[in-house]
Ligand binder design. Structure first.
Ligand code: GRF
Length: 221
């Protein structure tokens, strides 16, 4: 719909009235520094979205305090309270629908997702992963990169599919791996790129600029 409006606007040269901001739901499990960056960019007027809800699954996750601080009521859906992954995802879907979410952003969400969630938000779920996919999928991607001895590492934003850390790639950023890097120094370098990449990708969706054809994604002007 948003991309259609952009085409109408460019073909007719008639500016359309401002559209309501795209409503985003964020899923996070831990620290939430990527969530914080989204919050900060929205606040600074750099990202035309509305963060409608923040769902977290670990009661002690730092991200909850970040949300509360930003005036977003954090929603705890503790996976230990659900009998299956599907039951957790059903609760997530209901929360997202209650908040009229149009785009789901997994920003450090450490749970596998099921068809229950994916089916309700087709091509509308993004994940950020700290590697240059398809290398180093799964947990401990930065450790994997260091262990492997790669010279270039990075991060990827991709659409979520059932397979973990698979799905069409929206954007990637590379960083060098230095000889004296530790987990901490490399993670910090990758994080700095994540803070640019994720908001940029979310912004593209909000502007209706993302066009998905099979596994390939084009970003229009
Ligand atoms: C990020 O490195 C992201 O790529 C990965 O989990 C980490 C989350 O960090 N999926 P934070 O919670 O946003 O600080």
């Amino acid at each position: 719909m948003r991309s259609l409006l952009r085409i109408v606007e460019s073909r007719t040269n008639v500016p359309l009235p401002p559209q309501p901001k795209m409503r985003i739901g964020v899923l996070a499990s831990g620290n939430g520094s990527n969530f914080q960056e989204l919050v900060d960019q929205v606040k600074a007027g750099q990202l035309p979205i509305k963060i409608a809800t923040l769902i977290y699954n670990n009661p002690d996750a730092q991200v909850a305090a970040r949300a509360a601080q930003a005036g977003i009521t954090p929603v705890l859906l503790d996976h230990r309270q659900f009998t299956s992954r599907e039951a957790l995802d059903q609760a997530i879907v209901e929360t997202l629908q209650t908040h009229k979410v149009e785009l789901v952003v997994m920003a450090g969400w450490m749970r596998r997702v099921t068809e229950v969630l994916i089916h309700q938000f087709p091509d509308q779920i993004l994940n950020i992963h700290p590697s240059l996919l398809p290398a180093f999928r799964g947990a401990k991607a930065i450790e994997q990169a260091l262990d492997y001895g790669v010279k270039v590492a990075g991060c990827s934003v991709h659409l979520v599919r059932l397979e973990v850390d698979a799905g069409p790639i929206i954007a990637q950023a590379a960083v060098p791996v230095l000889e004296d890097d530790t987990y901490k120094t490399l993670a910090e370098r990758i994080h700095q790129e994540e803070y640019k990449l994720l908001p940029q990708a979310v912004g593209w969706f909000a502007q209706g600029r993302v066009h998905i054809k099979g596994n390939r994604v084009a970003i229009s002007e």
